[in-house]
Ligand binder design. Structure first.
Ligand SMILES: NC(=O)c1ccc[n+]([C@@H]2O[C@H](COP(=O)([O-])OP(=O)(O)OC[C@H]3O[C@@H](n4cnc5c(N)ncnc54)[C@H](OP(=O)(O)O)[C@@H]3O)[C@@H](O)[C@H]2O)c1
Length: 290
């Protein structure tokens, strides 16, 4: 099976590298070619356009920033890959997008006799590098089974969630929680420090209680070193919460707490923290500038 991978950002470059390491033959494309250099040096082959990539593979993975980027590369752009993929090929979209967008892409793929899965991931830069991602997958069981060996080359677990869009729905649930917990934690941290507690005392004490979410332990070193270098860009957290509000509008769900958190990420972006790790919302709440 010849694999194509589109999107060589923080996540995609590391996921594609793991496919290569497992010995899969890989064709890659990225809007900015420089970012594919390491993979090309390791033996991946380059396609000049998404359309060229589509004509050379039977399975395409996409790991792109937002729904508009996915739509452009897949079907709206001049050289989109859905126009060149052979019938019965499989497209696996790992980007974080909203469920109704995934359903739309599944329909567009079906109209071209291409099979589709939404398969967004939980886990950030480190887990992507170590092939420890979790995949939340929406689509037909036979397609999940076909994709599983490749997903398992990039992650540690595959969770079939139901039909098209249900992988994206689960990812929204995941990131609503992640985004709100980060805001709650950084608010409490900044409050504690304002009274005179140290970050170390706060982390040590909370880590010994069931109150703190376990993922915050992975961010502890960054908080203590005031290291905001990017793992999960703050602007993508804001995007994900925005997409969740779109979905809530469609379903009638209410997201009052998340909406407040989302606006804090918007304010953090206005302060210039959008390309930093999403822990940088702490700078907004603590009044730190660097
Ligand atoms: N980082 C994380 O921890 C993490 C974890 C889970 C899920 N995610 C999700 O995974 C996806 C990718 O995240 P990332 O962190 O890898 O982001 P990233 O580093 O910003 O990469 C984004 C990718 O999208 C491409 N892109 C953006 N707009 C495009 C367009 N109009 N046409 C073609 N390509 C376009 C970029 O190409 P260029 O290189 O040319 O800019 C790049 O390859 C996002 O949906 C994000 O929410 C991220």
């Amino acid at each position: 099976m010849k694999i194509g991978f589109i999107g060589m950002g923080i996540m995609g470059s590391r996921m594609a590298a793991n496919l290569l390491k497992k010995g899969h033959e890989l064709v890659v494309y990225n809007r900015t070619k420089d970012k594919a250099k390491a993979l090309l040096d390791q033996g991946a082959s380059w396609a000049e356009t998404p359309a060229e990539l589509g004509s050379r593979v039977n399975i395409v993975f996409t790991m792109l920033s937002r729904p508009d980027a996915v739509a452009e590369v897949a079907l709206l752009g001049k050289h989109s890959f859905l126009e060149t993929l052979l019938p019965n090929s499989l497209w696996v979209d790992c980007s974080t997008v909203n469920p109704s967008f995934s359903q739309l892409m599944a329909n567009e793929a079906k109209a071209r006799r291409v099979r589709f899965l939404d398969a967004p991931v939980a886990g950030s830069k480190g887990p992507a590098e170590q092939a420890q991602l979790l995949f939340y997958v929406g689509g037909d069981k036979a397609d999940v089974d076909a994709a599983r060996p490749f997903l398992e080359s990039m992650g540690k677990a595959v969770f079939p969630m139901g039909g098209h869009g249900m992988g994206s729905a689960m990812k929204m649930v995941n990131n609503i929680l992640l985004g709100e917990v980060m805001v709650s934690f950084t608010e409490a941290l900044a409050f504690g420090e304002s009274v005179g507690l140290t970050k170390q005392a706060i982390f040590d004490t909370l880590a010994a209680s069931p109150v703190m979410a376990p993922f915050l332990n992975f961010k502890r070193k960054k908080f203590e070193a005031d290291d905001y270098s990017v793992e999960f860009p703050l602007r993508w957290m804001h995007k994900d919460l925005h997409l969740a509000t779109e979905t809530a509008f469609e379903t009638g769900a209410a997201l009052p707490g998340m909406s407040a958190a989302k606006e804090l990420y918007a304010l953090a972006m206005r302060e210039g923290f959008g390309d930093e790790d999403f822990i940088a919302v702490y700078k907004l709440l603590s009044g730190k500038k660097t």
